[in-house]
Design a protein around this ligand. Structure first.
Ligand SMILES: Cc1cc2nc3c(=O)[nH]c(=O)nc-3n(C[C@H](O)[C@H](O)[C@H](O)COP(=O)(O)OP(=O)(O)OC[C@H]3O[C@@H](n4cnc5c(N)ncnc54)[C@H](O)[C@@H]3O)c2cc1C
Length: 429
């Protein structure tokens, strides 16, 4: 790896839609790129979205196009189960330590699934937000890149690990794999480490974690997806009955002095989109109510908003919900607040509540290089030496379209740094 990484190489950290886009744009301009992804496969959170707003198309189409570009481009070296642990040096000449976690399955894997057939142990399914389980020998998801199984470390030392090894027809299971650390020299770095949902437990009055029927918008994506834990039926986690009267609460954690001060920008569109999931995933007659402060649907999204407004299944109530309580008699959740259009108090019952949780940088709480410049919410703007850049969800809460634009811009700026490093080498030589 050291051999292909030089100070003219560009490092992209994070293999979501932004990291893939930045890596591809730079490689298609002729740069050598190393793409480092912490998970076992690429795609990031986009791969877990059921449908995209506003067209309600499947995100896997967009990812598939990028995967095809990636397979066709030998200039991008992809490292999965890989995390950057240290960055030193400066613009044009960084040294980066990368820790590689063991997959226990090597490149020979053909994803035939024979190993999984002999394994019975299960683990929470990360693809479905832990809402169901998968076997401890698993393919992360249908479109996973690389198409290679992972053996969970909990299997190690068990007879099942040996059975999985014996069952593999191509000898791809290597139980001796361990943690490795490699060092890369690179000229510039793009942080495409994305976002994470705000921890809904912290919004105490909404009872997430206390009431099973309060879920986050991120979990709701998986509930509506036919590849999700309920095979695409929107069921109440408390009793498995179909949800028919769903509340969507906007700004759950965003635009709030006690939580995230910033607007997460995509949540309004996400909830509008998710009301439309009811058409295929909920019983006839199911209703949605959107509780909102104001709806932020910019540019072309305004049409989609108007379309949802005209949907008889969807009601809008302008109010910041104050608290949620459980009615033990009816088994329903009661939302309390004040309707700011009529200034009257309400107590309204729903059978499922979806919190449109805010987005914060995935890197919040991590040890980052000191010279990274971050805004008040922790989103990465760049570095003081001008050689590192934030892209996509790591740089701001963005929808996919804007995340890709941001990644393309970051790729161009990073290329300028590596090209300058190359020119400096030429002059020296
Ligand atoms: C509920 C919900 C629904 C949404 N629906 C839509 C929609 O319909 N349409 C739309 O346009 N947008 C939607 N969005 C927004 C969309 O999810 C983001 O635009 C998109 O995920 C941004 O991609 P990204 O690559 O920047 O970040 P991410 O998808 O977060 O990817 C970041 C990647 O970096 C990796 N990573 C993180 N830290 C490290 C590290 N230290 N080392 C190595 N790798 C690391 C992660 O594992 C991940 O693979 C939705 C958002 C939410 C909350």
């Amino acid at each position: 790896m050291n051999a292909i990484a030089t100070n003219q190489t560009l490092l992209v950290i994070g293999g979501g839609i932004s990291g893939m886009s930045a890596a591809l744009e730079a490689a298609e301009c002729g740069a050598e790129v190393v793409l480092v992804e912490r998970n076992a496969s690429l795609g990031g959170r986009t791969a877990q979205i059921y449908r995209y707003f506003p067209k309600l198309c499947h995100p896997l189409c967009g990812l598939e196009i990028n995967l095809r570009r990636l397979r066709a481009n030998p200039r991008v070296r992809v490292l999965t189960l890989a995390e950057v642990t240290e960055v030193s040096g400066r613009r044009g000449n960084y040294r980066v330590q990368v820790k590689l976690a063991p997959r226990y399955v090597n490149e020979r894997c053909t994803a035939c699934g024979e190993c999984a057939k002999v394994v019975t142990r299960t683990i929470p399914n990360p693809y479905n937000q832990g809402l169901d389980t998968i076997k401890a020998a698993y393919l992360p998801h249908a479109l996973a890149h690389p198409q290679r199984y992972v053996l969970d470390a909990s299997l190690l030392g068990s007879p099942e690990a040996e059975a999985a090894r014996a069952a593999c027809p191509v000898g791809a299971i290597d139980l001796q794999m361990g943690v490795e650390t490699i060092e890369l020299s690179v000229g510039s770095i793009i942080w495409a480490t994305g976002w994470k949902p705000y921890d809904a437990v912290k919004i105490q009055p909404y009872g997430y974690g206390r009431y099973l029927d309060v879920v986050t918008s991120v979990e709701f994506e998986r509930l509506a997806d036919p590849r999700g834990p309920t095979r695409g039926r929107i069921l109440r986690p408390s009793n498995g009955e179909p949800a028919t009267n769903i509340a969507f609460i906007q700004c759950a954690g965003s635009r709030d002095e006690n939580h995230l001060r910033h607007c997460s920008r995509v949540c309004c569109m996400v909830s509008l989109k998710q009301t439309q999931y009811l058409r295929e995933a909920a019983p006839e007659g199911a209703q949605a109510t959107v509780y909102y402060i104001d709806i932020r649907a910019i540019d072309r999204f305004e049409n989609f908003y108007q379309q949802v407004r005209a949907d008889a299944r969807v009601k809008f109530l302008k109010s910041k919900v104050a608290r949620i309580v459980h009615n033990a008699q009816s088994g329903q959740l009661v939302l309390h607040g004040v309707d700011t259009e009529g200034y009257h108090r309400y107590a309204r019952e729903h059978d499922l509540v979806v919190l449109a949780v805010g987005m914060e940088p995935e890197t919040n709480g991590l040890d980052l290089p000191e010279d990274l410049i971050r805004d008040a919410s922790g989103f990465i703007e760049g570095s003081s030496d001008g050689g590192q850049f934030g892209a996509g969800g790591a740089a701001a809460p963005l929808d996919v379209n804007r995340a890709v634009q941001s990644a393309t811009a970051a790729a161009l700026r990073a290329l300028q740094v590596t090209r300058a490093a190359a020119r400096a080498e030429e002059l020296k030589g």
